[in-house]
Structure formats: structure tokens, C-alpha cells
Design a protein around this ligand. Structure first.
Ligand code: DP6
Length: 338
């Protein structure tokens, strides 16, 4: 009673799945990537985060799904709050309460939705009013892929070339309802290894050691241009073919990293094979697979092709759960100020 209550704000954000992967940073401090990337922000999954700056606190407190978090994940949150405190000339410690409606660190990009929601909630609670572009730049400092989760639908993260990162930001390329027939069938693979190393570190060993990395960097701009056109024109065959080509390029530079990075299980590989078989049988791309630095696999297809494709996918052993996900909204404030 009578105590000074700090400002508080709540944000929600969804994870995203990259069709063109971010993999390699030219500046680890500012999280400036070597290549631009392109993703779909996913509906259905979300992180909800409330931040309140409270003068009575002596240290930042972070809970995830109700449990207090210590160690590296908390350190990452504290470092992020420090940036927001610097920007807003504040010094109060914060209470951060976060929850995911999907498994954390499971390869479903919880760091993307987590830092997009944290960036929105922390900056609003601190009284900052960043533009969406500036919010994507702030979120990027927590996790590169979080810059894209600030926006809904189809999103490009432009690498830029400036040393200060001013031209490095995410921007929407098409809204979540742009392509209603397009869906992402997500396989939650059983016994997927829990992610222990952040991608931001793993990708740097690829940069340092994969002999295919330079060629990959040369190929990515063409793929982004093709995908942008395919999304604009709702050209599914080009979208599927380019998405597979890019995922194979990503996996190949991981496999040629020293020591090799292998994120897939036998089940994941069976899903990739099933999508290839479906495309071979149809004589044209009717679906695409993609995966991030984890074992779960995203299968993109159109509503009209799903039932035939499911006959192949549903008989693959080792999938805990299949979920159909559509493009979803970007980071947004929920509830009023408290
Ligand atoms: C393979 O930006 O999520 O998902 O926060 O360190 O985990 P960490 O890095 P993050 O790396 C994403 C890598 C990727 C590709 C992508 O999402 O573009």
C-alpha cells in the first residue's frame, strides 16, 4: 500500500520460420548479419511478456511460465533491459513475467518471439515509443531472428552494409492474410534434442570453417528476390522450390562446419524425404520443407494439396504432434497500462 508502482506493459509476439535463413554475423555486438533473411511470422504460437519497472527491486527478476529463471537466459534478459534503461535514462530494476504457449528451446524459435515481446513490453514500460522499424532493431539486439517477429505475415530482415547498423532492420513484405491457402504443417518431432547452444554462436563456427559458406552468401540474394516475387504473385511452385533449395543450402553449410552441426533426427530426415517423394510424384513442387537449428520440420503446402500429402506424412513414425499453422500477427501490445 502506498508504494510507488512502476510503469508496466504487456506484449505478445509469435515465433517465425525463416524461408531464407539468417546464419552468420558480421558484427556480433550489434547483431549485424552477413545476409538478409526472409520469414513467415506464425500464428497460433505466442510469447506473452509483461515488464514492470519497480523502484523497490534490487535486481531484475525474470520468470518463464511461472518459474524463476537464473543463469544465462536471465543474463541475456538483464543485458537487454540495460539497453532499454540506457535508451530511456532509467535505472529501476524490472520484473519480467513471460509465458510461452509452446515448448521453450524446442527449435520453435522461442528466442524470436521472446525478444520481440520483451522489446515491445520493456520499451513501452520505460516510456519509449519506438517506430516499428526501431523496435525491430532493438529486438535484434536480443536475438537476431526476433527482429522479424516484430512484424506479422511475410517479413524481410535487411542485412544493410553500414557499420553502425542504421540500415539493418526488418520490414513487412506481405500481410498475414495475403495468401490464405498457404499453410505450414509443423512436425513436432519426438525426442528432439533440447537446444543448448544459441544459434548466434553456432553460426559463427560455420562462418569460420564451412567451405560452402562463401557460395551460400553469393546465392542468397537471388533466392530472396525469387521468394519476394513468388509471395507477391502467390506463385506456390517457385516458393516451394526456392524454400527447399535454401533449406538444403543451410543444412549443407551446417554439415560442413567443423565440428559438424547436425540438428535433425531420423524422423526429421524421413519428413524431408516424404516431401521430395510427393514433389517427384506430382512432377512439380507441391510442398516445401524447412527447418531451423532444431529437429522440428515445417512443411509448407496449399490447402488443396494437404489431404494427399498427409497420407505420406501421417505414416512417418516419431512425430509427437502435427500442427497446422498459418501466418500470424506481429508483436502487439495487449491490455492497457497497469
Ligand atoms: C537457424 O537469431 O534465433 O533459426 O537467439 O542465438 O538462438 P539465437 O539466434 P537466432 O538464430 C536464428 C537462426 C535460424 C535461422 C533464422 O531464423 O533466420
Amino acid at each position: 500500500m502506498g508504494k510507488v508502482v512502476g510503469r508496466s506493459a504487456t506484449y505478445e509476439a509469435g515465433p517465425n520460420i525463416a524461408l531464407v535463413k539468417y546464419w552468420g554475423v558480421r558484427d556480433p555486438t550489434l547483431v549485424l548479419p552477413y545476409n538478409s533473411s526472409l520469414s513467415v511470422t506464425l500464428g497460433r504460437f505466442r510469447t506473452r511478456t509483461t515488464v514492470s519497472f519497480e523502484p523497490v527491486l534490487v535486481r531484475d527478476e525474470f520468470t518463464l511460465n511461472g518459474a524463476p529463471i537464473e543463469g544465462t537466459p536471465r543474463d541475456d534478459v538483464v543485458r537487454f533491459l540495460d539497453r532499454v534503461r540506457n535508451l530511456s535514462h532509467r535505472s529501476e530494476r524490472a520484473r519480467v513475467r513471460s509465458s510461452n504457449n509452446f515448448p521453450t528451446a524446442s527449435g520453435l524459435a522461442s528466442s524470436a518471439s521472446g525478444f520481440a515481446a520483451l522489446a515491445g513490453a520493456a520499451s513501452a514500460a520505460a516510456g519509449l515509443r519506438p517506430t516499428p522499424r526501431a523496435l525491430s532493431q532493438l529486438a535484434r539486439l536480443g536475438s537476431g531472428s526476433a527482429s522479424r517477429s516484430v512484424f506479422g505475415g511475410f517479413v524481410e530482415w535487411r542485412a544493410g552494409s553500414r557499420a553502425d547498423g542504421a540500415d539493418c532492420y526488418a520490414a513487412p513484405i506481405a500481410s498475414a492474410d495475403h495468401w490464405p491457402e498457404l499453410l505450414d504443417r509443423v512436425a513436432m518431432v519426438r525426442d528432439a534434442p533440447v537446444k543448448t547452444t544459441r544459434s548466434a554462436l553456432a553460426m559463427q563456427s560455420t562462418v569460420a570453417s564451412s567451405r560452402g559458406y562463401a557460395q551460400r552468401l553469393a546465392d542468397v540474394p537471388g533466392r530472396i528476390a525469387r521468394l519476394e516475387r513468388a509471395i507477391r504473385d502467390r506463385d506456390a511452385e517457385t516458393l516451394f522450390a526456392t524454400t527447399i533449395e535454401e533449406c538444403d543450402s543451410f543444412r549443407s553449410v551446417c554439415e560442413t562446419t567443423d565440428p559438424p552441426l547436425d540438428y535433425l533426427t531420423a524422423t526429421s530426415r524421413s519428413i524431408l524425404a516424404a516431401v521430395r517423394a510427393a514433389n517427384d510424384e506430382a512432377g512439380r513442387p507441391v510442398a516445401a520443407y524447412t527447418h531451423d537449428a532444431g529437429a522440428h520440420v515445417h512443411v509448407f503446402t496449399l490447402d488443396g494439396a494437404l489431404s494427399k500429402l498427409r497420407k505420406r506424412l501421417d505414416r512417418i513414425a516419431g512425430v509427437e504432434r502435427w500442427l497446422t499453422v498459418r501466418p500470424g500477427a506481429g508483436a502487439r501490445r495487449v491490455g492497457g497500462p497497469t
